[in-house]
Design a protein around this ligand. Structure first.
Ligand code: ADP
Length: 541
């Protein structure tokens, strides 16, 4: 028997319409490229999104066209999320830190017709323009008076483009499962792969996310996670859905401007990756500043370290919510929110739980399997491949012929993890980064976190390097607080108190900086390539 309820083929534009109607005055704050603070609200964002959508329609663009953004976190990018997707086209977000070759590949693969580009990024596209086969027009995110002198084809300012758009534009009814947005994974190996989200998956993901991170209607959200990376973790959808004030930092992500923005806009909830928070915490430490308005921070994208957790909690009285997800999952999979039991725990017991990546949010199923695909027990010890399934998890990559899931719909995340009796999931490593030493596995993440606890260590990265006897052995790369080398033995002694002896790295290398990719993640393969013969040639290591 089929249920009698209404069919649902949503358009994300209904979210910004909802915000206009019920939260019209709620503010949307952006730090612009100039450094100035721009203030608008959901009423205006909605009207300008309608104008953009109608301008695109007038210009001949249709449902299913792919339209790209190369933009920062500002109100205009939010308008593009709604204006482009809402008229039925696909919003394809580009990362300005992409390697030029990857950018060309992605733009051609997606068949982008327009690129909306932030003025400072115009030179990036000018250098690539002759290789971009499908782009018909470039819309520069500025007003007419700020237009840069550019050779880009059919370049026009954003404000001129939307000027004559219809304020009363009516959003179309879209087909069931219509595509909404497109993001490419960073592709540390091989070509980047596209993930094509639907209107429905984005709305379901947003609704589920609202239940999983202690979000309150009165929250003021700092959106440090970029709108060009996995749809900024869904904030651009659930922010307006719930009437949350949005605060966007534009280009200035360093400690001082972030602190300034948090302070002046009374930010209560801040989202970001660990590297951004390390910069903010260092600024606060050096300048005796306290994050007094912030109540919660959501940290994901890479593993949270104990020292970051401790500093947020003990110095700033900020509760840390550890979260895990990935581009293929829209991205949210698990979160770690405080429970009643935690209230009676010692700090150490509580921290031990908070460092886990959390429990699945409703809608996401998880399992951990061995190499042969057998389910592993939830005993907190058995580690294996983490598989996921759910309505905001991809079925296949964009334009791929085959599904990316097995016959039962499980997607292999590429992460190695454990599940425990209480339902918590802990990421041990990425399958490609786990160190296979003498038939046993060493978690590079656990070893990095241990090294990171050393008071002189600013950043740490552990990589498995081929070894003549053990298959692979860990090598530890360190950036110290001062940038100078320190006594290796002191680090080994420190680590020996935290991890098993056979986990200790065979070599420690000091670097001035570690290689980070376009989304701030460590590029371990670069170090692995550079040092690949080190233990083979250096038999005493
Ligand atoms: P990429 O494009 O690099 O794949 P994603 O944002 O999709 O970027 O990366 C997802 C991966 O990031 C996960 O599979 C996992 O390995 C890692 N990751 C995300 N959140 C966490 C976390 N809280 N702890 C450890 N690793 C994480």
């Amino acid at each position: 028997m089929i249920g009698d309820m209404q069919k649902w083929s949503p358009n994300v534009a209904s979210i910004i319409e909802h915000a206009k109607q019920f939260h019209p005055e709620t503010e949307v704050i952006s730090r612009m490229v100039s450094g100035d603070i721009h203030r608008t609200n959901y009423d205006e964002v909605c009207i300008r999104s309608r104008k953009l959508a109608s301008a695109l329609v007038k210009d001949g663009y249709k449902e299913g066209d792919v339209i790209a953004t190369l933009a920062l976190n500002t109100y205009r990018h939010l308008e593009m999320y709604y204006g482009i997707s809402g008229m039925g086209a696909v919003t394809h977000t580009l990362n300005f830190r992409l390697h030029p070759e990857q950018a060309v590949y992605i733009i051609n693969h997606a068949e982008d017709k327009i690129i909306f580009v932030e003025a400072p990024f115009v030179p990036i596209l000018e250098a690539l323009k002759d290789q971009l086969n499908t782009v018909e027009k470039y819309i520069i995110l500025c007003d007419q008076s700020e237009m840069p002198d550019t050779q880009l084809k059919n370049a026009i300012s954003y404000e001129s483009y939307i000027e004559d758009g219809d304020e009363n534009y009516e959003w179309p009814q879209l087909k069931d499962d219509a595509a909404c947005a497109l993001c490419y994974t960073s592709g540390t190996t091989g070509n980047p792969k596209g993930v094509l989200y639907s209107h429905k998956s984005n709305i379901l993901h947003a609704q589920a996310s609202l239940t999983a991170m202690l979000i309150k209607p009165s929250d003021s959200i700092l959106m440090v996670v970029p709108l060009f990376h996995v749809l900024a973790w869904g904030i651009p959808y659930y922010g307006p859905m719930f009437g949350l004030k949005l605060v966007m930092p534009g280009m200035q992500m360093e400690g001082e401007p972030l602190f300034d923005l948090i302070d002046r806009e009374d930010v209560s909830l801040a989202f970001g990756v660990p590297t951004i928070w390390m910069g903010l915490l260092a600024y606060c430490r050096e300048n005796n500043k306290i994050l007094s308005s912030v109540k919660n921070t959501i940290i994901g994208g890479s593993a949270l370290s104990l020292s970051t957790l401790q500093e947020f909690d003990e110095v700033h009285d900020v509760n840390v919510i550890h979260a895990w997800g990935m581009t293929e999952m829209s991205p949210l999979g698990t979160t770690n929110v405080p429970t009643l039991e935690m209230e009676s725990m010692s700090k150490e017991e509580k921290y031990a739980i908070q460092l886990k990546q959390g429990k699945p949010i409703y809608g996401v199923e998880l399992k951990v399997v061995d190499d042969a695909g057998n389910d592993l027990p939830h005993d907190g010890e058995s580690q294996g491949h983490l598989l996921v399934r759910g309505p905001w998890i991809l079925q296949k990559y964009f334009k791929a012929e085959n599904d990316a899931v097995d016959k039962d719909g499980w997607f292999d995340t590429g992460d190695i993890s454990v599940l425990d009796q209480d339902g918590y999931m802990t990421i041990k490593d990425r399958a490609k980064d786990v160190i296979k030493s003498g038939g046993e596995w060493i978690s590079s993440i656990d070893l990095e976190n241990a090294a990171f606890g050393h008071p002189e260590v600013a950043e740490a990265c552990v990589v498995g390097i081929p070894h003549p006897k053990w298959d692979e052995r860990p090598m530890l790369f360190i950036v110290t607080n001062t940038g100078e080398e320190i006594d290796k033995q002191s680090i080994l002694d420190f680590l020996a108190s935290k991890v098993a002896k056979w986990w200790l790295p065979d070599e420690i290398i000091f670097l001035k900086e570690l290689p980070h990719g376009a989304t701030g993640k460590l590029q371990k393969f670069e170090l692995r390539d550079e040092y690949t013969n080190y233990y083979m040639e250096n038999k005493n290591a």
